[in-house]
Design a protein. Structure first.
Length: 239
């Protein structure tokens, strides 16, 4: 605690007065004149009173500061969403990615990825959802097409659906008509206009056709099957 001492300082001059003593008596006849008395000393002037020292004033103690308010607790951040499966694993079929019920093989990137669609979550306009594995409930979005009508772009073949009325564009391969092939989710394994079909014991590349058309487009000796490909007519196993 700090302290300041304020002291008053008044100085009073001492007063001085001098009185004169009485004169001696006159000489009587025949007598000697009396001597003058010695001058009397003046009384000392009164001493002035000392000025009182001013009392020291203690400075007051400052008030104690109030306690700061406690800050609120920060909100907990949300849990990040799960990323799609795969993304770096190459594939030709969904089985290369693990469980076909939860992972698919993207025919465009040829990489394993999370399902792109389901029956309740369809593809965007111009695309259709195709299951890549038997009894699978998830699929991949392929471009739509119409067998015998709106065709696919270069490098893809319009593959009819079960009803033969609509289809999807399946990337083409290199196999020629009649050559053996293997089913792949990323390609037909056959050149454009052909599809890989098991008939009857081996898979071969077959020409596509339009099942519901009066002119399906198959050569002589072949007929258009409901699968949208030209197959040998009965009695011609070599066709």
């Amino acid at each position: 605690m700090s302290r300041r001492l304020a002291t008053g300082a008044a100085f009073v001059m001492l007063g001085c007065s001098f009185g004169t003593g009485g004169g001696g008596g006159y000489a009587d006849a025949g007598g000697a004149a009396g001597q003058s008395g010695a001058p009397g000393s003046g009384g000392a002037g009164a001493m002035g009173g000392d000025s009182g020292a001013a009392g020291a004033t203690d400075s007051g103690v400052g008030a104690t500061g109030g306690v700061g308010a406690t800050g609120g607790v920060g909100a907990t951040g949300g849990v990040g969403g799960f990323g799609g499966a795969g993304g770096t694993v190459g594939c030709v079929n969904p089985s290369d990615c693990g469980d076909p019920a939860s992972v698919v093989c993207d025919p465009t990137t040829k990489l394993c990825t999370a399902p792109q669609c389901t029956a309740s979550s369809p593809c965007s306009s111009g695309m259709t959802c195709v299951a890549q594995a038997k009894d699978s409930t998830v699929g991949v979005c392929y471009p739509k097409c119409v067998p015998g009508g709106a065709s696919c772009g270069a490098g893809a073949t319009c593959t009819p659906s079960v009803n033969g009325v609509q289809g999807y564009c399946w990337p083409s391969g290199t196999g020629l008509e009649g050559q053996s092939c293997a089913y792949k989710a990323i390609t037909t394994d056959c050149v454009t206009g052909l599809l890989c079909i098991a008939d009857p014991s081996a898979a071969v590349c077959r020409k596509t056709c339009t099942f519901w058309s009066a002119y399906p487009g198959c050569p002589a000796g072949q007929s258009c099957s409901y699968r949208g490909v030209c197959l040998a007519a009965a009695g011609d196993p070599a066709a």
